[in-house]
Design a binder for this molecule. Structure first.
Ligand code: ADP
Length: 247
């Protein structure tokens, strides 16, 4: 039996009679990088919003480590370790790169604001934040104002702030969007690196990225799962080829 960490059973979301997500069954296996792909409007973002409870499902269930989390609040789900990468707009642009990671560390290291005057706590937070920046290759940018970080490095900071929250499952929303080749390669390798000991579910449009690092792929079309499997199988699926290429 596969070790499933995150699972949806007939997950459905309707918006005023329009079904954006239609009886979706996802099985995300522990330790895998799992891609959610599909044309625009297929329901990928809505799925992410349901998994993190930014939206409430119309019907269906979400299980995390076998426990029903369908009716939990976003903060409870995050506390359990299902963490969506912060969009850079949600990070404080005028704080330094280091400070942004330090803020992300509050949850696992206790509410640091209570201990703000404690030198010991501050040192621990700083040391851990520097470790995380080193892990994502941003050590030399620690003192930069976040707003000044080059575009290709901002996703690495999002990943660092997400890691600071000690995720068991990381949800990454189009991590290579809008990047040139070099940045795409760097972020792809970074995702591969941080996936060690963690599970990643990512929405990704770049098929080279999907082919190179993803263990499983779920293809969504018009809110429903069209195909699921390894890249080689899914990419040869005639229905998937038609959905993508219109052939
Ligand atoms: P994707 O991320 O795959 O591009 P989305 O999940 O954003 O797709 O959208 C799926 C469908 O649901 C689209 O047709 C979109 O217009 C619709 N949709 C998404 N959010 C809402 C909403 N809040 N109200 C009404 N329709 C929505």
């Amino acid at each position: 039996m596969a070790d499933v960490v995150l699972e949806t059973n007939d997950l459905t979301k309707e918006f005023k009679g329009f079904t954006a997500v239609n009886q979706v069954n996802l099985r995300v296996q522990r330790g895998h990088i799992h891609a959610l792909i599909g044309p625009n409007g297929a329901g990928k973002t809505t799925c992410f919003n349901l998994l993190t409870k930014f939206l409430t499902p119309t019907s269906g269930r979400i299980l995390f480590n076998g426990q029903d989390i369908t009716h939990q609040k976003p903060a409870q789900i995050a506390r359990r370790g299902v963490i969506r990468s912060f969009q850079i707009s949600a990070v404080f642009p005028h704080l330094s790169v280091l400070e942004n990671v330090r803020i992300g560390l509050q949850r696992p290291m206790g509410n640091a604001f209570h201990f703000w005057r404690s030198e010991k706590i501050l040192h621990r937070l700083n040391d851990r934040a520097m470790e995380l920046l080193a892990e994502v290759g941003l050590e030399e940018y620690a003192a930069y104002q976040t707003v000044d970080l080059p575009y290709g490095r901002k996703r690495a900071l999002e990943i660092a702030t997400t890691l600071a929250m000690e995720p068991e499952v990381m949800l990454l929303d189009e991590p290579t969007q809008g990047m040139g080749h070099e940045d795409v390669d760097r972020v792809t390798q970074l995702i591969k690196k941080v996936s060690k000991g963690r599970t990643i579910l990512m929405v990704e449009h770049n098929m080279n990225v999907v082919a190179s690092i993803c263990d499983r792929i779920s293809v969504l079309q018009q809110g429903a799962v069209l195909a699921e499997g390894a890249y080689d199988d899914v990419s040869k699926n005639p229905q998937v080829m038609e959905a993508y290429m219109g052939t």
